[in-house]
Ligand binder design. Structure first.
Ligand SMILES: CC(C)(COP(=O)(O)OP(=O)(O)OC[C@H]1O[C@@H](n2cnc3c(N)ncnc32)[C@H](O)[C@@H]1OP(=O)(O)O)[C@@H](O)C(=O)NCCC(=O)NCCS
Length: 193
């Protein structure tokens, strides 16, 4: 564990949410998320959560998670199914965004957030977890998936292409439209530990 690191659910204050969205967008691309999107998800989408990792008073990292329901499926899960992957029909914990601020990277903050998110998903009674790993060089999240029992299902090319056009976000790796591929990971039976 990282010395002095506190991981908790967001207090929901507008200042903390604004900082969290800014941090998410700094890592994933300006415009990837909006304050409205995150606030509405936390308010209206059953199971959504935002974890913040605090080092002293500093926001060191954030994790955004969603729960896709069988009768109200997340568009991300639909996109994965449409790409030909067979996913269980159940409550699926969806790992939507993990970013650590540049000055706090490579110290274990990302790993700690990732592991904490699994505990949060278990509290929300999901039966499995899905993650879409952004394929860019040395993305440490690949190790996080493999270390926590996720199975690699395969890749989807240009996974964020249409979203980057619709929401006009610039991918930090390749700009707009985003040409990056995603690796799809699945962890089954998480209620069994
Ligand atoms: C990807 C990202 C979240 C990783 O966060 P991080 O805090 O740097 O990650 P960690 O420090 O936990 O792990 C990074 C490396 O440090 C190592 N590490 C160093 N100290 C560690 C510690 N105390 N505990 C665990 N791991 C540690 C890890 O083993 C890992 O090594 P690896 O690359 O060989 O797997 C961060 O680089 C980031 O925000 N990138 C931009 C956005 C992004 O790509 N998000 C992921 C989308 S899928």
């Amino acid at each position: 564990m990282v010395d002095g690191l506190l991981i908790r659910n967001t207090d929901g204050s507008s200042s903390e949410l604004e900082q969290a969205v800014a941090l998410l967008n700094s890592g994933l691309g300006e415009g990837y998320y909006t304050l409205n999107h995150i606030s509405a998800a936390l308010l209206n989408e059953k199971g959504s959560f935002l974890l913040v990792a605090m080092l002293n008073a500093d926001l060191a990292g954030v994790f955004f998670g969603e729960v896709s329901q069988p009768d109200k499926e997340s568009p991300v899960i639909t996109k994965v199914r449409n790409a030909g992957f067979v996913l269980p029909t159940c409550y699926i914990g969806l790992m939507r965004g993990l970013v650590v601020s540049a000055k706090h990277r490579n110290a274990g903050v990302g790993n700690a957030l990732f592991v904490s998110s699994i505990t949060e998903f278990v509290k929300r009674d999901v039966q499995c977890l899905v993650g879409t790993l952004w394929n860019h060089p040395q993305n440490a999240v690949e190790t996080f998936f493999l270390n926590t029992g996720f199975a690699f299902l395969g890749q989807v090319t240009r996974f964020w292409w249409a979203d980057s056009v619709q929401y006009q976000f610039a991918c930090p790796v390749c700009g707009n439209p985003c040409q990056c591929s995603a690796s799809i990971y699945l962890k089954q039976n998480i209620e069994a530990g």
